[in-house]
Design a protein around this ligand. Structure first.
Ligand code: ZN
Length: 327
């Protein structure tokens, strides 16, 4: 069978290796850890993409990891207790190391490879979506809050190395939690502009990393659509006056959804779709390549909502149709 030509591909990055498995232990964790394949399958089911149109990433290499993470931190990945802490699954402390690697570490390395690939694709297409990644709590020296690999820092670093003309990066982090990981990593980098909307009374409460945020919106628990979207519109209007990015990294966490037990905000599903449209609208109108990463949000309803949002982005901006080859 002939391989699909590269130009038939969409800048959507995914591999079946993304799903995180805990061998039945997912029942001990409140997350839908297979949301990655759930979103992919839903996009295929709706006829928005064909399975062979997505770009399948390589796993992030040892070199990619070592470019950002300290040797000391990488060594903790051999430590079952340390991993159990990062993933907040105490039972992992009893899992054999090879099981942990296969079920948890490898998926996150594949998703990190996806963030790297998506950054590259966004330069070519003007946009790209990694159906995973966005581990915004991980930094060079530390993993926590279910984030093992600092995929955002790694992807930004690699993009800048491969493309010396790319300097100025804007991170738009709309996950319900503060992105303390990359905030620490880029603390002293004035060429990274950070817009972060988060519930100010929940994890990680990193007051020192908050000092680094350029547009800092600490929201109250229970914040609803009207306030959230109005503040976002203001922030997106304000940003270009302060900073003209070469690329936008968008952490599109869906844990802002009403009823999410960890996000504790109260944005509706329609509000989440509207939010994604505003960020893409801002990037595409200003011709800034945008890289969308998933971030958190693991309620079973999230996969369908993310598919709704990607379908809406296609409807509003013709993302998928424009690239789909004519029969
Ligand atoms: Zn989150």
């Amino acid at each position: 069978m002939p391989k699909p030509k590269n130009n038939d591909k969409l800048p959507i990055v995914y591999s079946k290796n993304y799903d995180i498995g805990f061998r039945g232990m997912e029942k001990l964790h409140p997350f839908d850890l297979r949301k990655y394949s759930h979103v992919f399958n839903e996009l295929v089911r709706r006829g928005l993409i064909k399975p062979d149109q997505v770009v399948k990433p390589e796993k992030a290499s040892e070199k990619d990891l070592a470019a950002v993470h300290s040797a000391e931190y990488l060594k903790t990945w051999q430590d079952r207790k340390a991993l159990a802490g990062i993933f907040e699954v105490p039972a992992m402390g009893k899992m054999p190391a090879f099981v942990t690697r296969q079920l948890v570490i490898n998926p996150m390395l594949h998703q990190t490879g996806g963030s790297i690939a998506a950054a590259e694709l966004a330069l070519q297409h003007g946009w790209a979506i990694n159906l995973g990644g966005g581990f915004h709590h991980a930094s060079a020296e530390r993993g926590h809050g279910f984030c093992l690999v600092a995929d955002i820092t790694i992807a930004i670093k690699k993009l800048r190395e491969t493309h010396p003309e790319i300097k100025k990066i804007m991170i738009v982090d709309l996950d319900a939690h503060q992105g303390d990981g990359y905030e620490r990593d880029f603390y002293k980098d004035p060429d990274v502009f950070i817009l972060d909307f988060y519930n100010k009374y929940t994890f990680p409460m990193d007051i020192s990393a908050r000092q680094r945020i350029n547009i800092n919106e600490g929201l109250k628990p229970g914040t609803k659509d009207q306030e959230y979207l109005a503040k976002l519109a203001d922030a997106l209007r304000q940003a270009p006056a302060e900073f003209k990015p070469d690329v936008i990294f968008y952490v599109a966490g869906t844990d802002i959804l009403a009823g999410d037990p960890v996000g504790q905000l109260a944005v509706s599903a329609a509000g989440v779709v509207q939010r994604d449209e505003m960020v893409f609208g801002h990037a595409l109108t200003n011709k800034i390549p945008v890289v969308m990463l998933f971030g958190g949000g693991y309620l079973p309803s999230n996969a369908g909502m993310i598919a709704d949002s990607i379908e809406n982005l296609d409807k509003k901006f013709g993302l998928l149709k424009k690239n789909t080859p004519q029969p």
